[in-house]
Design a protein around this ligand. Structure first.
Ligand SMILES: Cc1ncc(COP(=O)(O)O)c(C=O)c1O
Length: 735
């Protein structure tokens, strides 16, 4: 063996082939290992849910079903109905003009329709839209308060999607002062105002990076950063982390929200060492790793929008600051070793968690940072800061290679003016202290609010990351999303994502926090009083039941409409049959016995036809005995429902009797031993007769009615044993 191998290796042609084979095997093995590691680190939920989204069909709760999604009983349903009507009246009266204004523009304003459609989980949406109009038309702001079209003031916790860090009054001032600085130039684009140099200087200081480019929104800045990373590394793959939002560009939406499947964006699990391993192994393909640091709040899950609040489980928030900081540090190390650029998308966290954003908050320096929201002092903006070698948009060696990243409104003078005011303010010595105070005040509010919620045994808590906060639901519930309506009734303005993501700002005084605390406690108390949370003794095994129901609804919604209506009709026939002819307890018990035996026969039929057919006939007899003796009047009803009449039944029974008689006649013996010997043949003929009767009946129903009706009858017949056992099982009967 060894000699043969040696001879082969000494032959140059064979040695070449051998080396080639070893190389191919090694490369295949390497590829396989990379594929397996990538598979383990990949977050599959986004891609799977995107695929599912084109299958899931709409289903809505109407009537009582709206109020019983968690299994509530009739008295509770009545209480909930009254509560919803009262809430609807209260909000309707209070926001009459806003609602009328919304109604007037809804048809022509698709943004408004989108927000309205995505406020609550979709099965509840139509009824909520009928009863409530949450259009928020506002005309003024003062401190953290907004004045609506009806003249009322409410406390704003929407934070303008993250823009409002410093308080609206400051932004008003910055916009005005900024405009004063540039108004002689006006909206001149192309040539730039000298103030741009100051902004670049300050942004370089804050970001710790070499270069800056200006864009019009966070989404656009993310697109620019990714494009630049690809251009300068000459690689295509972008790594994102599960659940992270990076704006609405479909290049970074692997899950729900975009229909485009992505082959150049790999979505890995957050906080996972295997993800680091993948980055290392695939470093030659990866153009950049993109991180949204707000994920430290809820790693691996999407922004906690109320519309996906199907059960309380969904709203998980981790106090993962320490863990996340060490994850980011490891990620930094891996990216440095692998020479893969690390991009921080700080559109949300930049200038919010700290003046230096998440980089300062978590102590990690990125290679590129994207800013947006607050950084232009209240005007629309997107900014990319990056290391020099990553910010190149042309290739000096190959002049035809360009990264075409431009935009009409980039560095608009008005935006640059307001940005100058904001950045100058953020650079002031007191700035750190202001941020510290803002975060501490919010943390103190969280403590005090949670204490009151716990004292009142209310099943919610609040949790914050800096001034970003969310509501946690401690108890299983299908109606948690309703809290946003109760809060609105208490004078709190939320964005369309509801209680999932709320914000405080620097101008939230202790008095404002106290107001917010009172509003949350009152809203939760009222919700509790109105019966939207069931206690464990009201509904045992509530969590499991809700999950099972959700799963059933989800699976049902995947079933095509014709199959669904077929199923509904079969079940309706079963229900009618059950009510018409199975009311006697004794009859029901006989059905339970015969159906259980039938199920056994189904299982044994392929292996032991004789036993299965004999037992099947015996249980058929038991069934018919129940109808004939214990519930005789049911016979008529059964006849009218199923179309069987006495003549048909007699003929069928006669057929079964004739078979053994024919065998006896053929053997000319009445001996039991002979009967037993012939039983397998008799059973075969009984089985054949059964098939004939069923096929005959199907053919008759097709001729008389339709193929569909015949199939409904057939499926009902075949599945009756199973549904009978479920229906007549004693525990189920008690329920
Ligand atoms: C982290 C992050 N990136 C990007 C964006 C998109 O920014 P914009 O809405 O300005 O396009 C957002 C918006 O919320 C964001 O939170």
């Amino acid at each position: 063996m060894t000699d043969a191998l040696l001879n082969t290796l000494l032959n140059p042609a064979m040695a070449g082939a051998f080396a080639g084979a070893v190389l191919v095997a090694a490369l295949t093995l390497r590829w396989l290992i990379t594929a397996v590691v990538t598979f383990r680190a990949t977050a599959w939920v986004p891609a799977v849910s995107r695929r599912l989204s084109s299958w899931v069909t709409a289903h809505h709760y109407t009537g009582d079903a709206f109020f019983t999604a968690d299994g509530a009983d009739a008295p509770l349903v009545a209480r909930r109905m009254r509560a919803l009507d009262r809430l609807s009246d209260s909000l309707g009266t209070r926001f009459q003009r806003s609602a009328a204004w919304g109604d007037g523009i809804r048809d022509g304003f698709s943004d408004l329709r989108f927000a309205d459609a995505n406020r609550v989980p979709f099965p509840f949406a139509p009824l909520m839209r009928d009863k409530f109009n949450l259009t928020t038309a506002v005309t003024a702001s003062e401190g953290p308060r907004l004045r609506d079209l009806d003249g009322g003031w409410s406390l704003d916790v929407s934070g303008s999607y993250g823009l409002n860090v410093a308080g609206f009054d400051r932004y008003k001032m910055w916009i005005e002062k900024g405009w004063d600085r540039v108004k002689d130039l006006g909206p001149v684009l192309g040539p730039v105002h000298p103030i741009v140099a100051d902004n670049i200087r300050m942004l370089r200081n804050f970001s710790g990076l070499d270069e800056v480019s200006f864009h019009m929104s966070g989404t656009e800045a993310v697109m620019a950063a990714v494009r630049l990373a690809r251009f300068n590394t000459r690689r295509t793959l972008i790594v994102c982390f599960s659940g992270a939002y990076h704006g609405w560009w479909d290049g970074v939406i692997p899950g729900l929200g975009s229909e485009r499947p992505l082959d150049d964006c790999l979505v890995l699990k957050d906080l996972s060492p295997t993800s680091l391993h993948v980055i290392e192994r695939r470093r030659h393909e990866i153009a950049a790793v993109l991180v949204n640091p707000v994920q430290s709040f809820h790693p691996n899950t999407p922004p906690p929008n109320d519309a996906v609040l199907l059960t309380s489980e969904v709203r998980k928030t981790e106090d993962a600051r320490e863990r996340y900081a060490s994850w980011l540090q490891n990620l930094r190390l891996t990216c440095t070793t692998a020479d893969v650029p690390l991009i921080f998308d700080e559109v949300y966290t930049g200038f919010r968690l700290a003046p230096g954003g998440a980089q300062e908050f978590f102590g990690v320096q990125a290679d590129m940072v994207v800013y947006g929201k607050t950084v232009a002092g209240g005007l629309p903006i997107g900014v990319v800061c990056g290391r020099r070698e990553l910010m190149q948009r042309f290739d000096q060696q190959r002049p035809m290679r360009l990264a075409y990243v431009v935009g009409t409104f980039s560095a608009h003078p008005a935006v640059m003016g307001a940005m100058y005011e904001f950045l100058t303010w953020a650079t002031e010595d007191e700035s750190d202290a202001r941020y510290e105070e803002m975060n501490q005040r919010c943390a103190a509010w969280v403590l005090s609010t949670n204490r009151r919620l716990a004292d009142d045994s209310l099943p919610i808590r609040v949790v914050a990351l800096g001034t970003i906060w969310t509501v946690l639901f401690k108890q299983p519930g299908r109606y948690n999303w309703l809290l946003q309506y109760y809060l609105r009734d208490e004078g709190i303005t939320l964005s369309w994502v509801g209680t999932g993501r709320c914000l405080a700002s620097m101008d939230f005084t202790s008095a404002d926090y106290a107001t917010l605390e009172r509003a949350i406690v009152r809203a939760a108390r009222q919700m509790m009083h109105d019966g939207w949370w069931l206690s464990a003794d009201m509904s045992p095994r509530m969590e499991t039941r809700m999950r099972m129901r959700l799963l059933r609804e989800m699976l049902e919604s995947l079933v095509p409409a014709p199959v669904k209506s077929f199923y509904t009709e079969v079940m309706l026939r079963k229900k009618d049959d059950h009510h018409a002819s199975h009311n006697d307890f004794g009859n029901q018990m006989l059905h339970l016995i015969s159906s259980s035996v039938f199920l056994y026969c189904y299982a044994t039929l392929p292996f032991d036809l004789t036993t299965a057919v004999c037992l099947g006939l015996a249980s058929l007899f038991v069934r018919q005995f129940g109808h004939a003796v214990l519930e005789p009047d049911a016979h008529e009803k059964e006849m009218s429902l199923l179309g069987f009449n006495t003549r048909n039944k007699t003929l069928i029974v006669a057929g079964y009797l004739l078979i053994p008689i024919a065998h006896m006649v053929q053997t000319q013996s009445l001996q039991y031993a002979v009967f037993v010997e012939r039983l397998p043949a008799i059973a075969e003929h009984w089985w054949f007769w059964t098939q004939t009767v069923i096929i005959g009946r199907v053919a008759y129903l097709i001729w008389k009615f339709s193929f569909r009706t015949s199939m409904i009858w057939y499926v009902k017949l075949v599945t009756d044993p199973l549904t009978d056992v479920i229906t007549y099982f004693p525990r189920r009967q008690r329920a």
